[in-house]
Design a protein around this ligand. Structure first.
Ligand SMILES: C[S@@+](CC[C@H](N)C(=O)[O-])C[C@H]1O[C@@H](n2cnc3c(N)ncnc32)[C@H](O)[C@@H]1O
Length: 244
């Protein structure tokens, strides 16, 4: 793993500052009130000692895992985000790198996490292969992702119908594609892939599905909560590598 030299420019670089602002200390609404509780339920009390967070961004979930006694390595190709992670957690292990070319010792992690990063990774198949290789036998791959039903509605997302009523339309569901999305100073590409693409990839990698949930919002602004209940938004999947 290259710890010191910047990889080729990340498409996230121009959005890093706005992203850091957006995350604040506790993450945005979806992280704080929807995904974190669902993800941490899968971590707490499981005895994980080591975790690799692929696409760790500014390192928030690594820091959270550490409070649960898990030693973390975070990797991300966006230099400004890795710098921020290091400045918030100087003793932490944060490395510049892409999932597709991830170089860590094979079989070395109890837990590999992808927290809303699969949708950002162009080379899904090589990335998944490297994540699976990084897991020890019996190890857990924990994924939070935007649902494919949601990414099929991008980039428009919520729109208004002829009477001004909010609508969220999905289309071309089976067609894999990259779409530009923009909000509050962030402009990035997300990949839409049908859910079957992700499922087939991990099944073909030999992993076993242990848990699948579409987490419900737990508190926060009622208007935001209502939106998260109306439209499919996130799922959390836990896969296990056989051979413990
Ligand atoms: C939506 S952010 C999620 C960040 C963090 N996991 C979180 O939940 O706050 C997606 C992250 O994926 C990273 N990313 C983009 N392309 C990637 C790649 N090829 N391999 C690994 N990470 C990538 C971006 O730099 C960004 O930090």
């Amino acid at each position: 793993m290259n710890k010191g030299t910047a990889p080729p420019e990340s498409p996230w670089s121009d959005s890093a500052e706005a992203w850091i602002r957006e995350m604040g200390d506790d993450g945005d609404y979806g992280r704080k009130y929807v995904l974190d509780p669902a993800m941490l339920e899968r971590v707490t009390g499981r005895g994980f000692r080591t975790a690799l967070d692929v696409g760790c961004g500014e390192g928030r979930f690594c820091r959270t895992l550490q409070t649960h006694g898990v030693a973390t390595v975070g990797i991300d190709p966006t230099e400004a985000l890795i710098e921020r992670a290091r400045s918030l957690d100087p003793a932490g292990d944060y490395r510049l790198g892409r999932a597709e070319t991830l170089e860590v010792a094979a079989g070395s992690f109890d837990l590999v996490v992808s927290y809303l990063s699969l949708i950002d990774i162009p080379g899904l198949a090589p990335a998944a292969a490297r994540m699976v290789a990084a897991l020890r036998p019996g190890g857990t791959l924990l994924i939070a992702n935007l649902t494919s039903f949601n990414t099929a509605g991008l980039p428009e997302g919520w729109t208004a119908d002829g009477k001004g009523r909010p609508r969220f339309c999905i289309d071309h569901y089976l067609d894999e594609r990259a779409v530009w999305v923009a909000w509050r100073g962030i402009r990035i590409q997300n990949w839409h892939r049908p859910l079957g693409t992700y499922m087939a990839l991990f099944l073909e990698s030999g992993l076993e599905l242990r848990h699948f949930t579409e987490p419900v919002p737990r508190g926060g602004d009622p208007d935001k909560s209502d939106r998260y209940r109306r439209v499919p938004w996130f799922h959390v999947m836990e896969w296990q590598k056989p051979g413990a």
